[in-house]
Design a protein around this ligand. Structure first.
Ligand code: HSE
Length: 413
């Protein structure tokens, strides 16, 4: 019998308790031992639950209980989750977490503590909810040189974009529905402003390229500025707008990392990933492109990944897993403006600006894009691919033309 504790009985924590209870026989068979929830930490009381007597509001009840070998952290946020997780590792308990904010900010430190103590710090659920991605990236694809990891990493915003595009739902209506369904963060600004996807991108980039990437190093743009016109322009380009997190290894071993709405060509493997689904593409030198798709948020999908980590840990209680990356290295993440990109740009033009001549003179032959409802003075085109700072320099030379919108086109590099 292996005793575990759960920190936090919110959406994910309650899902973990539920999955462990509902599937206990199969889980015990797979783990080779029965898994017993001995304590649950939460400030609230849940008197109606059959396991109401397991609750405590005192973290010390868990930390000092030597019978508890594994601690599941599903509180979210950095504090006190970081303090609790670190204390558990220092006390000799392995930790499983779904907390992407924690892993993105403190992953290297916590992995090092775990390694030094022959423990495990596992966090499959922190990226992609129920989708297996970190273990496959770390183990099944280990033979590859990975060039790129890119994905739709936030279920809330993908759900919202899908509702806004297909059902013409308002931004606020779609967000309220995502919150009701338990997809959104406690503070949904983290979803719509891209921070959640940024944290997940950091975890993927750290694991894929071996050095910790901090959220502060990643250029991040959310979906709050997306309009109906953007959606129409994306369709006119033959694509669809998705909020993408992208990490690319440069030839000299550095990384470009970014989270932003991008126009994906309709035939891209991620373009059809809608609703709360996440999709993550890994490009390796031997395997080519591999895509992982599944439910990226929600109680039971996320609990599924947490419990799988608990099972894995039960099977490795006295053996360390090799999930690890090195410390952050300043300069490892390159300025995103150096990355080559092609953009869909829209300009509001004065009548006598000679927009087409200026565009031709600056960029040569470009693909012009139009939509039926565009304002009369609007001109839109897809730029050639070049470093972003150069594109911006070049359009700085336009006169009588004001840039109103620029959206990056996703293209394989
Ligand atoms: N708010 C997150 C999302 C939850 O919508 O993807 C899962 O990390």
């Amino acid at each position: 019998m292996v005793n575990i504790a759960i920190l936090g009985h919110g959406v994910v924590g309650s899902g973990v308790a539920e999955v462990l209870q509902n599937n206990c026989k199969g889980i015990a068979a797979k783990a080779g031992d029965s898994i017993v929830v001995r304590r649950i930490l939460d400030l609230r009381a849940f008197p109606d639950l059959p396991y109401a007597d397991l609750f405590t509001t005192d973290f010390q009840d868990i930390l000092q209980d030597e019978e508890i070998r594994i601690v599941v952290e599903t509180m979210g946020g950095l504090h006190p989750a970081y303090d609790f997780v670190k204390a558990c590792l220092l006390a000799g308990k392995s930790v499983v977490t779904s907390n992407k904010e924690l892993v993105a900010a403190k992953g290297d430190e916590l992995l090092t503590i775990a390694r030094e103590r022959n423990l495990n710090f596992l966090f499959e659920a922190s990226v992609g909810g129920g989708i297996p991605i970190l273990r496959p990236l770390d183990q099944c694809l280990a033979a590859n040189e990975v060039f790129e990891v890119a994905g739709i990493l936030n279920g809330t915003t993908n759900f919202m974009l899908t509702k806004m595009i297909r059902e013409k739902m308002s931004f606020d209506g779609a967000l309220a529905l995502a919150q009701k369904l338990g997809y959104a963060e406690r503070n949904p600004a983290a979803d719509v402003e891209g921070m959640d996807a940024c944290r997940k991108t950091c975890i993927l980039a750290s694991l894929a390229f071996g050095k910790h990437v901090y959220p502060e190093e990643v250029y991040t743009e959310g979906i709050t500025a997306i309009t109906e016109a953007d959606v129409q322009y994306a369709a006119a380009c033959g694509g669809v707008i998705k909020l993408l997190g992208r990490a690319i290894r440069t030839e000299d071993g550095h990384v470009f990392c970014m989270v932003a709405p991008m126009i994906l060509p309709s035939d891209n493997l991620l373009a059809g990933v809608d609703d709360v689904f996440n999709g993550i593409m890994v490009r390796g030198d031997s395997v080519g492109d591999v895509v992982f798709v599944g439910r990226g948020a929600g109680k039971l999908p996320t609990a599924s990944a947490v419990v799988a980590d608990v099972i894995d840990e039960v099977k490795h209680l006295n053996a360390r897993k090799y999930l690890y990356w090195g410390p952050n290295e300043p300069g490892h993440v390159r300025d995103h403006r150096l990355a080559p990109v092609s953009m869909l740009m829209r300009f509001s033009c004065e009548e006598d600006a000679g927009a087409l001549v200026q565009i031709g003179r600056t960029f040569g032959d470009v693909r012009m894009i139009s939509i039926p409802d565009a304002p009369a003075n609007e001109v839109a085109f897809i730029t050639p691919c070049m470093p972003e700072y150069l594109l911006m320099d070049k359009i700085g030379g336009f006169s009588g033309m004001t840039l109103t919108r620029a959206i990056r086109m996703y293209a394989v590099r």
